[in-house]
Design a protein around this ligand. Sequence first.
Ligand code: BES
Ligand code: ZN
Length: 643
Amino acid sequence: MRRCSCVPITACIRLESTVANQRRKVQRSVLLAAVTLLTSPGCETVRETGSMTSQRSIPLDIHSRAEPNRVRVTHLNLDLTLDFAMKRAEGTARLHLRRLDRQAPLVLDAKDLEIIRVTGDGEGERPFQTGPRDARLGSALSITLNPADQAVTIHYRTTPAAEAMQWLGPEQTAGGKHAFLFTQGQSILTRSWIPLQDSPGVRITYEARIQAPQGLTPLMSAEQLGRDRSGAHRFRMDRPIPPYLIALACGELEFQPISGRCGVWAEPPVARKARDELFDAERMIQSAEKLFGPYRWGRYDILVLPPSFPFGGMENPRLTFATPTILAGDKSLVGLVAHELSHSWSGNLVTNARWSDFWLNEGFTVYLEQRIMEQIYGPERSNMEKQLGRRDLEEELKTLEPWQQVLECNLQGRHPDEGFSQVPYEKGALFLRRIEELVGRKAFDKFLNRYFKQFQFQSITTSDFLASLNEILLADHPVAAKKLDIDSWVRQPGLPPDAQAVTSELLRQVDTELARWKSGVTPGELATSGWVTHQWLHFIQGLPEPLLAGQMRALDNAFQFTQSGNSEILSQWLLAAIRNRYTQADARLEAFLMNVGRRKFLKPIYSELAKTPEGLARARALYAKARPRYHAVSTGTLDGILK
Ligand code: BES
Ligand code: ZN
């Protein structure tokens, strides 16, 4: 079916903003866009293959200055030279445009970029203006277009302030010899290294040419096209993706294949270990395809970064970025691969259109991740992960404000990071599990497949999802529809009473041993042989507070927690050590904080330290030393805690 692009589809513009002039701006631009499209002879059509060139109006994104319903960026041609000595990238971003309102300027997001000049199609330069800088959003970069311009070229360089980029010295790498660079775009950081319309509602394709120093390999979230005659590396992403998924890394890197379409990139000293640990990735892809439909991105590789990477993983298309802290040696932390891989469906194929719909990315992904884990490692492991996940959610809910406890949240006046918690992840997944429980797994799987197909390569809002849910699933399941309280799941704080509480048999055994320990049995006498990581985590989390120095020492002597090579176990133990003033773990704590930059570990540890005056002083001293080694994502959070 050919559908004329000028017919806006349902629920395109949701006026989340309470700012009246912003509202007027959108209404005006939508109207103009519609009028322009209706009157323009070249009214484009959506291709039959789906919505690879979607013409939908883009919902207002309060975290972007762009006006994509007037002039929309559709394709990026990036040409950058990496200068490790100066910690900056320099070159051009050529942006291809769809001009919906011929009179409108091109408005982009830019943060801490040095714009040198802008050219268009044809002669001369294009006037541009950089608006006032907002600490969260950066600046609007407004470019005046000539009538004939179908593209503009921005000559620019990044600055050391670029929040997306982390430039590491050799001492921060496993090899210790070469510098390293990586970028992190989600949620609104891409604008600090590329001037573009940095909204997840604006999907673009891209090509890139990256000039890197001799001996270093650049990689991107795209197909590798090899080197050109000048030695630059070339890349192409021919599926439209949101800008936060454009990613670049560069360092001394080695590739280890897992299968014909899947492998691991890492620094040479960790490459082999990384491949062995992540070897199940190919099985995970097969399992995911069986459950959710074809994998649409060609290759799936994983890049294991140096330990300062601020996240566990980041779902950059074709190339998941991952922390080395998941390399536990026993595959116990590979749920993270199942998670990032799942984003190839939820997040990368069907994307949250605004950050207030973030749960559409993460809640779906946790649900899919759990399905893959169940299929590959069996229900018991999946049950442990579900139980631990729900516990984390319940603990965190106690600390969150009501607005943070809802799935579709109001981020007006806030950074997307402020909505980041276990709520979009775990509550989101629990919502989907509740639907699955009501309609049955078979029907729910069918729905998921249709949903991914219906919205493939599109960015959607919570209402789009709910409309689809009602239309293709609940309409056929009236009893389930009646039982499902969508409002309390999506818009009310807290956890609805019908949330599933999964219990795991292996964790129940841990409870038994904890009870024995509390009744006086010594650590060495507990039945812990064969325990897996999840059980140890449950054990440490279940320890009562406070503990005496002697009790901590006895536990440590029996189970070697302070020496644990498992980052999850170690970080839980370090928290207990801080709370119970167990000073034998001090050196390990300091080494951990100096080496690891993963926010998920750093935030609770520094927060725990900051609870007492002596702890706060210690935290500040440690942070002063470690801060230069952390990515801006982590310092952004930690500065707030230690201010
Ligand atoms: N997309 C997220 C990481 C992210 C979220 C970056 C928000 C920036 C803003 C990624 O998929 C993720 O959720 N990673 C988790 C691991 C996962 C197993 C829960 C992490 O980094 O801990
Ligand atoms: Zn995720």
